[in-house]
Design a protein around this ligand. Structure first.
Ligand code: TXA
Ligand code: MG
Length: 346
């Protein structure tokens, strides 16, 4: 583990970054912080190095990786063309938590793109990440640095827990900022299509491109009045996402949480409740385990700690996890997308 707190000091680059970059140049996989979550990076131009990422994570080889760049010039080595709408998004949001899907250059390895004719590119807004990419001198392929099927890591400690002994090293830059992954936008068509909501909100994208140039298929039914949220089986969501060992149930009303808690406890089950500070006094007394998700008035805070809180709930001895829901506006959309995935059964 390299602790980096002084990325680019007065005269020289942080020695930890230097060493991590050396490992990347040598074809090894190294974990590093970004403004979204920690990534597990390797030289995107080296197939053997890229394979080490899949191996360490236990990731299926047909799930493509995001290529991280340190400056705009590197984009032309990866994308065969950059459509005007992608150009506009890059200008507005890079560096930042936005990943653009673009037609790939032939030279980009199919190991990285899982055989697709598109490539995912992102320029992270994190000093250590960009210093590392710059020093390595190559585009860096990096998925989230978690064991496949676990929540993405937002602290070096999470990476250590999941990947210790499987990677060349971990650049420890403290907690990552946003806490959920980047927004993935497919820019290969006429309109920008949101494939994964994340750090850049749908509203922010709409502001730049106009509402009619943004596509998004909402898989969560906001008008469902049932106690329990339905998790429609998404077509095309073929990868198994993070799901805790104990079932995670999303409930809209604190009333419904209380009701379910009572039923479960009567059946002898230990219940963990995840809810915002505003509902603490209402729910904590009866809960076996209570985890505060932050405040509903500050969804950025909820996003920043969500994966850490899910890891905690997972490590508790709860038989069932009950979690409250959030509005789908702004950051809420990404939060609900991740919760919905965690609650969906395999
Ligand atoms: O915030 C993030 O995006 C983090 C940090 C490390 O940058 N990375 C991350 O990578 O979340 P990963 O591999 O966990 O998620 C990448 C997502 C996957 O859902 C993958 O299927 C999708 O992007 N993806 C990658 N290349 C794609 C492509 N060519 N077309 C469609 N989806 C693609
Ligand atoms: Mg991931």
């Amino acid at each position: 583990v390299w602790n980096v707190d002084n990325i680019e000091g007065e005269r020289s680059l942080d020695p930890g970054i230097k060493e991590a970059a050396l490992w990347i140049k040598r074809g090894e996989a190294v974990a590093f912080p970004t403004e979204t979550v920690y990534g597990l990076g390797a030289d995107a131009t080296n197939d053997e190095a890229v394979e080490k990422i899949f191996e360490a994570k236990g990731r299926p080889g047909d799930n493509p990786l995001i290529v991280h760049i340190g400056n705009q010039e590197q984009l032309s080595d990866l994308a065969s063309s950059v459509p005007p709408l992608a150009q506009k998004l890059a200008e507005h949001f890079w560096p930042g938590p936005l990943t653009l899907i673009l037609p790939k250059k032939q030279e980009v390895s199919s190991k990285v793109t899982a055989g697709l004719d598109t490539v995912a590119v992102r320029m992270p807004d994190h000093e250590a990440a960009r210093a590392l990419i710059k020093e390595a001198g190559v585009p860096v392929a990096a998925p989230s640095a978690n064991q496949s099927g676990r929540p993405s890591p937002t602290k070096a400690e999470h990476v250590k827990h999941d990947l210790s002994g499987k990677v060349a090293g971990i650049v420890d830059g403290g907690s990552s900022g946003f806490g959920l992954e980047s927004t993935v936008v497919d820019c290969s068509g006429e309109i920008a299509w949101i494939l994964r909501p994340g750090g850049i909100t749908k509203e922010q994208l709409e502001e730049v491109l106009g509402k009619d140039r943004i596509g998004f298929e909402n898989r969560i039914d906001p008008h469902n009045d049932d106690d329990e949220m339905v998790s429609p089986k998404a077509p095309g969501m073929k990868y198994r996402h993070y799901a805790p060992d104990s079932p995670l149930i999303l409930l809209r009303e604190t009333k419904a949480i209380k009701r379910r808690m009572e039923t479960e406890q009567k059946a002898g089950n230990k219940v963990a409740v995840l809810a915002v500070e505003e509902h603490r006094s209402d729910l904590e007394p009866a809960a076996d385990i209570f985890i505060v998700l932050g405040s509903s008035a500050k969804l950025e805070g909820v996003a920043a700690h969500l994966y850490d809180n899910l890891r905690q709930a997972d490590q508790s001895d709860a038989d069932i996890i009950l979690c409250e829901t959030f509005s789908l506006e702004g950051v809420g959309l990404a939060i609900m997308n991740r919760l919905e995935k965690a609650s969906a059964e395999g």
